[in-house]
Design a protein around this ligand. Sequence first.
Ligand SMILES: Nc1ncnc2c1ncn2[C@@H]1O[C@H](COP(=O)(O)OP(=O)(O)OP(=O)(O)O)[C@@H](O)[C@H]1O
Length: 242
Amino acid sequence: MNLSHVLQVSGVSYAYGGGPRVLHDVSLHVGRGEIVGLVGPNGSGKSTLITLIFDLLKLRTGSITIDGAPHRLRSGRQQAQYLSSNDHLPEFLRAAEYLDLLAGLYGSRVDRAAAAALFDRYGMKGRLPHLMEDFSHGMRKKTQLISAFLNRRPLTVIDETLNGIDIEALYLVERELLRMRSEGLGVLLCSHDFSMLERVADRIVFLDFGHVISDVTLDDLRASGRDVAALVMSHLDERTLQ
Ligand SMILES: Nc1ncnc2c1ncn2[C@@H]1O[C@H](COP(=O)(O)OP(=O)(O)OP(=O)(O)O)[C@@H](O)[C@H]1O
């Protein structure tokens, strides 16, 4: 086990029910103070992998540790937070109550002043006491993100959460992710937005049909004269020709 990794996925394979395998011997890691972009075509297995990391699907083959602890144990699970791709938040809660609920999961309390300042910065001034049923799609996503910024776990996994937020918020989120990195926190960022990944990620893991095709640092990718789109497209071209 490498103690400098906040996430270690080793030899994970998975099949739903009696179906075919959708993940094949997947290994990847996220280091402390590292942002890793997870990319891959639709159906390549990104969400399945994330669901396994958070023990929402039962892992049968391989192992996963979070901050050095098995992902199934409370000690591991409490070190990670997950921002899902959807905007399904408990609508009967006020935003402040939602932030309290999530902080409570990690045994902490919300810093009210910090929460209000973030709501203000993300264009939602005065909305903390409001029911989330009145929030737009982008406001729900920003509320999820603000919760993650307040809770600051060693590992944050973001599954397409940035879709649908405005450009100003995206800029603020990118800056906050870089700040988290500088604090030694790890982020697994699953996205189809390659230009955003190129601005913030240190490394890219590319999945296709449940296989890790490539695990490369942005520095090495740039040194080879390619970008993330070129990495993906060259593989898809090869696959088509086979
Ligand atoms: N609940 C399920 N039951 C059976 N098969 C599933 C289920 N969820 C996903 N799959 C299959 O697993 C494979 C991987 O799907 P997954 O959702 O993990 O891909 P993804 O990379 O997250 O895709 P996208 O970019 O579209 O979100 C696909 O073949 C999909 O059909």
